[in-house]
Design a binder for this molecule. Structure first.
Ligand code: SRM
Ligand code: SF4
Length: 560
């Protein structure tokens, strides 16, 4: 890349240089895949592969032993499958199950953004895995990388008829913002090797794509299940007279921060206006282009849209957006969020159908000892004529069950105790944990593997304080990147180092306030002790109807 910058300007990051010389995301991925001497790919290709929906990882449980034996790390790949609006067919579920067993660790991870992840795929299997995903009608393209990601959508809105319309808008936005490069087809799907880089263009993104990832969510009040304020662009559906009138537009949300670096911070998206449905695709494009043109390409920790807004101001952003749209947004319309947790059990769907929301602990679906969850879900998929919905709370909805089929699904639910979620404590049902160890290369501490154990202890101290029935939300992340959106939780627990966590308190149950730092570097005993203290005070001193998050801000964290 020619370097015409003034000497005072910092250089573009390594990732920017790799993108620029990648010929629209090709790089040397073909050569890396063909290299049988290592389970890894060349370093520049690790950056490019993310755009194709896969991350190079290594099994961190095996790192030390492999190093002792002078072996290379146990390289494997995480494959992320985009599921627009979280809606998939039972056939697609069965296809993903087959792939997970043939090439992965035999489990499927439901993510906080309505995607699926397969872990443990060897490099040699990637091409076949991508082809099988493509044959099922899903894709991994742009599931990650510096592009617009899977557009998430309210999983179970009211009225239920609204869902199809919101998913349709989510899909249209997602399709419009999908990269156009032929690299994906050439590398993974084509029968014969080919390279059409010379003819390629990226009309929206250009050759260096975005400075950083871009995330969009569509919410349907009163539920904020998508955590709309955690997104670069949040769209809040406004229903008037029973019809979708349009969307309130919120910009500049994000969670990631770095311990000890005050210049990195989580931010809530801010509502800047309203737009009618037919303008929403254009609006999403223009917001993304502002990030493309003004995001910081010299520092990836300062590159998200939230930092553009922090540096230039919300008025600047509005002027820029209005200029690009050729018109101002309308003033925002009234809306009210009341909650964001899923409610396990049956709800009514459109046209006399029914939806069954199943609680999936930490989003991990597998065949566990005494609980063959993946097999049971496959059995349901094999007989289900409706569809599946992934929720942003890492749960699964068996959706569109007609009256006649409901008894059969109910029988399976009873037989296999699938409704255990309905009976588990409210605090456990609302909890989220990110993946963390052993696959996530950025994890500083455990999360998914640890939260269930910690939860049992938390349930104990909640019961001691007489709070067993309170639905306080707890979110754990293995590092400050915040993949479980912990800074929006009433209790956020964020990994600091092995066995040590930072404790944040004071989010709201509807996800409209960031929580605050309460205590740092806590081991398990200290963490439980700190929470026992706050729970006891909450039980004694809360005002009528006061939520735990509100109490924590008022009393525990030093007043609002
Ligand atoms: Fe995330 C990076 C997992 C949702 C903020 N995230 C990662 C990686 C890919 C680690 C890496 O870069 O090597 C993790 C892979 C772990 C593994 O082994 O599977 C990972 N993120 C996840 C998932 C699977 C968590 C989960 O348990 O569900 C979620 C997948 C979403 C999806 O389907 O696309 C996931 N990540 C989120 C969210 C939540 C959201 O978007 O609603 C956030 C916070 C919101 C945000 O983006 O600000 C999030 N992930 C990050 C960040 C920090 C980004 C930042 O701006 O600072 C990173 C690190 C990075 O990008 O450099 C990251
Ligand atoms: Fe990994 Fe950190 Fe995200 Fe957890 S929060 S999945 S540890 S990057």
């Amino acid at each position: 890349m020619p370097d015409n910058r003034p000497a005072s300007e910092p250089p573009p990051t390594e990732v920017e240089r790799v993108k620029a010389s990648s010929r629209y995301l090709r790089g040397t991925i073909g050569e890396s895949l063909a290299d049988r001497l290592t389970g890894a790919v060349a370093r520049p290709d690790t950056h490019l592969l993310k755009f194709h929906g896969t991350y190079q990882q290594d099994d961190r449980d095996l790192r030390r032993e492999r190093a002792r034996r002078k072996l290379e790390p146990a390289y494997e790949f995480m494959v992320r499958i985009r599921v627009p609006g979280g809606v998939m067919t039972p056939e697609q579920w069965l296809a993903v199950d087959r792939i997970a067993h043939a090439s992965g660790r035999g489990t499927v991870r439901l993510t906080t953004r309505q995607s699926l992840q397969l872990h443990g795929v060897p490099k040699w299997d990637l091409r076949e895995v991508f082809r099988a995903i493509h044959r099922s009608g899903l894709t991994t393209m742009a599931a990650s990388g510096d592009v617009n990601r899977n557009v998430v959508c309210a999983a179970n809105p009211q009225p239920p008829e609204l869902h199809a319309e919101l998913v349709d808008w989510s899909r249209r936005i997602g399709d419009h913002l999908t990269p156009r490069t032929a690299a994906y087809h050439e590398l993974w799907l084509a029968e014969q090797p080919c390279d059409r880089a010379a003819e390629d263009t990226e009309p929206l993104y250009g050759p260096t794509y975005l400075p950083r990832k871009f995330k969009i969510a569509v919410a349907a009040p009163p539920s904020n299940d998508v955590d709309v304020f955690a997104h670069d662009l949040g769209l809040i559906a406004i229903v008037e007279g029973g019809r979708l009138a349009g969307f309130n537009v919120a910009v500049g949300g994000g969670m990631g921060r770095t311990h000890g670096k005050a210049e990195t911070f989580p931010a809530l998206a801010r509502v800047v206006g309203f737009c009618p449905p037919e303008q929403v695709v254009d609006l999403a494009e223009k917001a993304l282009l502002i990030e493309r043109d003004f995001g910081d390409r010299t520092n990836r920790r300062h590159a998200r849209l939230k930092y553009v807004l922090a540096d230039r101001g919300i008025e600047w952003f509005q002027d820029e957006l209005h200029g690009r749209l050729g018109r101002p947004l309308q003033p925002p319309r009234p809306y009210r969020f009341e909650h964001r947790a899923d409610s396990p059990g049956w709800t009514e769907g459109p046209g006399g159908t029914h939806h069954l929301t199943l609680f999936i602990g930490c989003g991990r679906v597998g065949d566990f000892e005494e609980y063959p969850l993946l097999s049971i879900l496959c059995e349901i998929a094999g007989r289900h004529g409706g569809h599946f919905r992934l929720t942003p709370n890492q749960n699964l909805i068996v959706a569109g069950v007609p009256d006649v089929d409901r008894p059969r699904v109910e029988q399976l639910v009873c037989e296999y105790r699938l409704d255990d979620g309905t009976r588990s404590s409210p605090v456990r049902r609302a909890a989220l944990a990110c993946v963390a160890l052993p696959t996530c290369g950025l994890a500083l501490a455990e999360s998914e593997r640890y939260l269930p154990r910690l939860m049992a202890k938390l349930e104990g101290i909640l019961a001691e304080a007489g709070l067993a029935d309170e639905a306080i939300d707890v979110r754990m992340s293995g590092c400050p990147n915040g993949c479980s959106r912990p800074y929006l939780a009433e209790i956020g627990i964020v990994g600091r180092s092995a066995g040590k966590y930072t404790l944040y308190l004071g989010g709201t149950a509807a996800g409209e306030r960031l929580n605050r730092l309460y205590r740092e570097k806590l081991g398990e005993e200290e963490l439980l002790e700190a929470l026992r203290g706050v729970f006891t005070r909450y039980a004694r001193q809360r005002t009528p109807g006061e939520s735990f998050g509100d109490f924590a801000v008022r009393a525990a964290c030093g007043g609002a």
